[in-house]
Design a protein around this ligand. Structure first.
Ligand SMILES: Cc1cc2nc3c(=O)[nH]c(=O)nc-3n(C[C@H](O)[C@H](O)[C@H](O)COP(=O)(O)O)c2cc1C
Length: 400
């Protein structure tokens, strides 16, 4: 993941010297008065004055006033998903919603086993099932109705008569965002994640709270991040999903953006004044953020476990549980940051025929085979409000 490297407040990261020199010449007063200057133009081009506003963000604002099947489908589109690839094609026929994988939105180097792609589709399915009840429907989801080799990931049939189930989770749909900023040191009360809400068809939660284990896991994340950034092909693929200007956000309406990186307000504004960052600078920032912010302020880690991470249905069911966990965290006021560098490297090494340098240590920290640890995230009390991520319109993703 890439973003600019400037900062205004601890435990943020130090800005690079080159960027610091550029900013030093501006000063806060000048930043405020940049309207007509070159910096102001760049700030406008990069969306410094329009974060979270405009068409790519419309669904977040419009969702609560939507109704019927449209509300259910839009709830799915607002789900968390890997690299914001929005890996779905959706077909709607009356009260039947078919969710398909869009293979053109896979990331073969960063997600060699497809676990994140199919988990992201599971997230959309679960969001739709959760959205259905309060929208007045009972939802019945069938995974892979044409078999697991097919792109047809799920069929959701809606029938009239929703119950009150999952009302709180549904209300959280437009408020759920990935939070990559720092978290406070306050401990997390995991009792809000009830046993019942923490299990979906063979996918379960494993929580890691022990300080010593968290620290070891933190070091493994940093090492995996370094391995990704040292792998030019993998890093380059990830960089193609980074949208560094407002015009590319407006054009693609997907991918990762500066607004989603958990930067402080002034830092974010300043980052938008600067020229778009190179892949290498972005990678250096990412390693530093993983070490100094993400792992340093993780209060707990959650791992989604399944019987076999390579199995398609398990990947989708793991994603369904992940969506449920993220919405539950939102209702509890907790920040959640998906972190999958370790498993991305395990799958990459396996596919490339490299020595497997992560599986044994990942398994030791989980206390179970690496082949059962599907996805992971950190959780905690956030210091910052996360930014919105763009979404393609329903017209773009719904076919038929
Ligand atoms: C299966 C899956 C894997 C993800 N992996 C990562 C990750 O490794 N690092 C990260 O920062 N975000 C990760 N994310 C979060 C997505 O990038 C995020 O959901 C997407 O950009 C949309 O933003 P939003 O969650 O704020 O709506 C992952 C999400 C999913 C569902």
């Amino acid at each position: 993941m890439a973003t600019n490297t400037v900062t205004d407040e601890p435990p943020e990261l130090a800005m690079t010297r080159r960027d610091a020199l550029k900013l030093a010449g501006l000063g806060i007063g000048s930043v405020a008065g940049l309207g007509l200057g070159v910096g102001g133009l760049r700030a406008a081009t990069n969306g410094a004055f329009s974060a979270g506003a405009g068409d790519p963000y419309g669904l977040w604002h419009d969702w609560t006033s939507m109704s019927g099947v449209e509300r259910v489908v839009a709830g799915g589109v607002l789900a968390c998903n890997p690299h914001n690839t929005q890996p779905w094609r959706i077909a709607v026929d009356g009260d039947t919603i078919d969710v398909h994988s869009d293979p053109s939105r896979r990331m073969p180097l960063n997600d060699a086993g497809g676990r994140e792609h199919f988990a992201g589709l599971g997230c959309a399915v679960e969001n739709m099932v959760i959205a259905a009840g309060p929208a007045g429907f009972t939802a019945k989801a069938t995974l892979f109705p044409d078999g697991t080799a097919s792109d047809h990931v799920a069929r959701i049939v809606l029938s009239d008569g929703g119950d009150g189930q999952d009302r709180d989770l549904a209300a959280a749909i437009p408020h759920r965002h990935t939070n990559r900023g720092p978290y406070t040191s306050a401990p997390v009360d995991l009792s809000g994640f009830t046993e019942q809400s923490s299990r979906v068809n063979g996918a379960s939660m494993l929580w890691i709270t022990d300080k010593a284990v968290r620290e070891q896991l933190g070091r493994l994340y940093v090492e995996a991040t370094e391995a990704i950034t040292a792998d030019t092909a993998q890093s380059t693929e990830a960089f193609t999903w980074f949208r560094s200007s407002r015009s590319s956000i407006d054009k693609h309406r997907d991918g990762l953006t500066l607004d989603g990186q958990g930067l402080g307000g002034l830092t974010l504004f300043a980052a938008k004044l600067l020229p778009a960052q190179s892949r290498k600078d972005g990678d250096a920032y990412w390693v530093k953020a993983t070490r100094e912010v993400h792992t340093a302020t993780a209060t707990a880690y959650g791992v989604i476990t399944v019987d076999d991470v390579a199995e398609r249905t398990a990947q989708v069911n793991g994603g369904r549980l992940l969506a449920r966990m993220h919405l539950t965290a939102t209702t509890l006021g907790l920040g959640l940051h998906h972190m999958n560098q370790i498993t991305e490297r395990i799958d990459r090494d396996h596919a490339a025929g490299n020595p497997d340098v992560f599986s044994a240590r990942w398994a030791a920290l989980l206390g179970r085979p690496a082949s059962t640890g599907l996805l992971s995230f950190r959780i905690g009390h956030p210091e910052r409000t996360p930014g919105l991520s763009p979404r393609r319109s329903l017209d773009d993703v719904v076919t038929g």
